[in-house]
Design a protein around this ligand. Structure first.
Ligand code: FAD
Length: 630
């Protein structure tokens, strides 16, 4: 029943593995959590924004807010499926294209916290605007340029970008999305030795429509390392006015209808030598690090969106009376609002925790950022769904239609449409799960790798087994030992019980990861249903830790009822965690997988029933359409 690994799959895995960041130079809260160690000191006291830095954001945000409220008509942008490009100048005057660019290069030099505060504010108003700003700065040229550019490269491009030259990030292709290692776009050295010649195409490049400069990833000629040919992927900065670049299609979407997202064709495009970013062969690593580093932006937008949705829910739940009571007092509606409030609190805790820690730069946030992306995008989507339900028929009606018939024009259906993509772009939820799972099992993999490899000589296998045995003889029993009850974690007051639960459960989780390794051995990497439950447990534990630390800080500052938000969140998360443990190894998984293999093969085609089949155009009709387009 195990699927066959094709040569292509093996190659893609090898390239992806080679591009993985393997070093852990700084401590990782979540990394330790998976090993059964709760290192509370890494997240508590909560990393509050320093007053000086807060003042910088406080000065900028009201200006941004006024500009959005007075100029950005989010409904109109959505309806016409086109952005209002005159707004770009206004953003330039605000300095919004250079929020993340250091002051020395003409940017605003914002901290991660201030940048995410600004992105959050925009997210409560217009999803398309967030996408323009975020694709430009979170993943577009400024991000990899600051991380990997030379001094000359930074001096050449950063001031231009800060002044509003739009940028974009081009990784995805029609044939490769989640596994970019198999990209087909190629760059070969130009015959005159002055640069590279690029050929291929890139799909769904956000901002590509207006971008002056993009970062593009392409295969460069393979290199022979230790006698074996190694695929190379490199990253380049590309000026979009270079001959040979053609925007072949403007993509239209369910939501974010004002973004400039395109399919780009490259035909013999010359890229000067000095535009290579970082080193040849390190382009995929650069792309993955860029995405990891920029990954906190989407969670920030989701958390702020959560607050906006809660605000609408609160208003409507008070105002709308059905069956003799405001709908918010009917328990089924109250349950949804409680979920939204408590989970929005957790989303916000995660965002300010990770932003604060990122600004301090003392911890490794790779896993936390992936969890933030996973948790906040899934949670915000669920909030949007709850909100549509709470608004009833009005949740399905457009804001304009509501306004035109004299009601409050809450754009709930637009929020839902705009929100959906967050679970897909910059790494889908499934890919975040896989990334986190890979790191969760890594400490055990490293110890077991030689033992599990069939080609390892017996003598080496024995030595590795003895070494691993000695380690686990001490480690495994220690994962049963610990003290998590009062007075431990007393500083968390009413939430100390939940912190104790996290401590006990992290040890339980570490044992379960170990049991999974023993049970499935090398096949564990394919047991995604098990791995995903492990990741979901870890993610809920992280969200609980963040919420508890955040609420404790807020309560100390006088916001005492923040404790209730964290408490309700922890209760809900604990129910999910307990359910995930109960079902960790269930025979449902095999039954479900077997069913799908049969379904994919066509065994259930009888079940399809009668459907209207689309009319397939004839070859002549296609030719005619192409002729008309040309
Ligand atoms: C609006 C929008 C904006 C975008 N902006 C950009 C951009 O600016 N730059 C850019 O480079 N790209 C961009 N993208 C591309 C985006 O990042 C990809 O859509 C995303 O990475 C997923 O790739 P895919 O759509 O090809 O899905 P696929 O990779 O084909 O995946 C399809 C489904 O299979 C799942 N899946 C795939 N592999 C596995 C696996 N091994 N295990 C389990 N499940 C798996 C996925 O999670 C998904 O659910 C954008 C896309 C959209 C729609």
């Amino acid at each position: 029943m195990a699927e066959v690994k094709t040569q292509g799959a093996v190659e893609a895995m090898e390239v992806a593995e080679a591009s993985r960041e393997t070093e852990w130079e700084k401590p990782s809260f979540v990394g330790q959590l998976f090993l059964g160690n709760l290192d509370v000191d890494l997240i508590h006291p909560f990393p509050e924004q320093p007053a000086e830095d807060k003042a910088v954001g406080d000065e900028f945000l009201p200006k941004l807010e006024r500009f959005l409220a007075e100029n950005v008509d989010a409904d109109k942008i959505d309806e016409q499926g086109e952005y209002d490009y005159e707004l770009f100048d206004g953003f330039t005057k605000l300095g919004a294209w250079g929020m993340k660019i250091p002051k020395e290069y003409g940017g605003l030099g914002f901290s991660a916290t201030n940048y995410n505060r600004a992105i959050g504010m925009v997210a409560t108003w217009c999803g398309s605007t967030v996408a323009w700003l975020s694709a430009d700065q979170s993943i577009g040229v400024p991000q990899p340029l600051q991380l990997f550019g030379t001094k000359e490269q930074k001096e050449k491009w950063l001031p231009r970008l800060a002044k509003g030259a739009i940028s974009a990030f081009a990784l995805t292709e029609p044939g490769v999305g989640s596994d970019p290692a198999k990209m087909q776009t190629r760059a070969v050295p130009s015959p005159d030795g002055k640069g590279w010649i690029l050929n291929g195409e890139k799909l769904w490049c956000t901002n590509g429509l207006k971008a002056e400069v993009i970062v593009v990833m392409a295969q460069t000629p393979p290199k022979v390392v230790k006698g074996k040919e190694k695929k190379q992927i490199s990253a380049f900065i590309l000026e979009m006015n270079t001959p040979g670049i053609e925007i072949k299609h403007r993509c239209q979407f369910m939501g974010l209808r004002g973004i400039g997202n395109v399919l780009i064709d490259f035909k013999d495009v010359f890229i000067p030598k000095e535009n290579l970013l970082w080193n040849e062969g390190q382009g995929l690593k650069l792309a993955l690090i860029t995405l990891n580093t920029g990954r906190l932006t989407i969670p920030a937008g989701c958390a702020a969106g959560g607050r906006r949705m809660l605000d609408i829910a609160q208003d409507w739940a008070n105002e709308r009376v059905q069956w003799g009571a405001p709908i918010g007092k009917h328990e089924a509606v109250a349950a949804k609002i409680a979920w939204m409030a408590s989970h929005t609190f957790a989303m916000e805790a995660i965002v300010w925790l990770t932003s604060g820690l990122s600004d301090r730069g003392e911890v490794d946030l790779r896993l936390e950022a992936a969890m933030a992306k996973l948790f906040n995008t899934e949670t915000a989507w669920q909030c949007a769904d709850h909100l549509v339900q709470i608004r009833g028929g009005r949740g399905y009606e457009t804001g304009r239609s509501l306004r035109e018939r004299g009601e409050k024009g809450y754009p709930v259906e637009r929020i839902l449409r705009d929100m959906r993509i967050n679970r897909i772009f910059e790494g889908t939820s499934e890919i975040q799960h896989l990334f986190i799972a890979r790191e969760a099992v890594d400490p055990h993999m490293k110890r077991g790798y030689k033992i599990l490899q069939p080609e390892t000589p017996a003598k080496e296998k024995l030595a590795a087994a003895a070494k691993a045995g000695a380690h686990y003889a001490a480690w495994y029993p220690s994962r049963y030992l610990g003290w998590s009850h009062f007075p431990k974690f007393g500083e968390f007051g009413p939430l100390s019980g939940h912190m104790g639960y996290i401590e006990r459960t992290s040890r339980h989780l570490s044992r379960s990861i170990f049991h999974s390794m023993m049970r499935y051995q090398a096949k564990l990497e394919r047991k995604q249903m098990v791995l995903f439950r492990i990741v979901d447990i870890g993610t809920d534990l992280f969200a609980m830790s963040a919420a508890i630390s955040y609420a404790t800080m807020l309560a100390k500052k006088g916001q005492k009822n923040a404790i209730d938000l964290a408490d309700v969140f922890c209760r809900e998360a604990r129910m999910r965690i307990d359910a995930n443990f109960s079902n960790l190894f269930t025979d449902h998984d095999d039954a479900a997988y077997r069913l799908v293999l049969k379904l994919l093969k066509g065994d259930y085609d009888w079940f399809k029933g009668q459907m209207v089949e689309p009319v397939v155009p004839t070859a002549e009709q296609v030719e005619e359409a192409v002729r008309k387009l040309a």
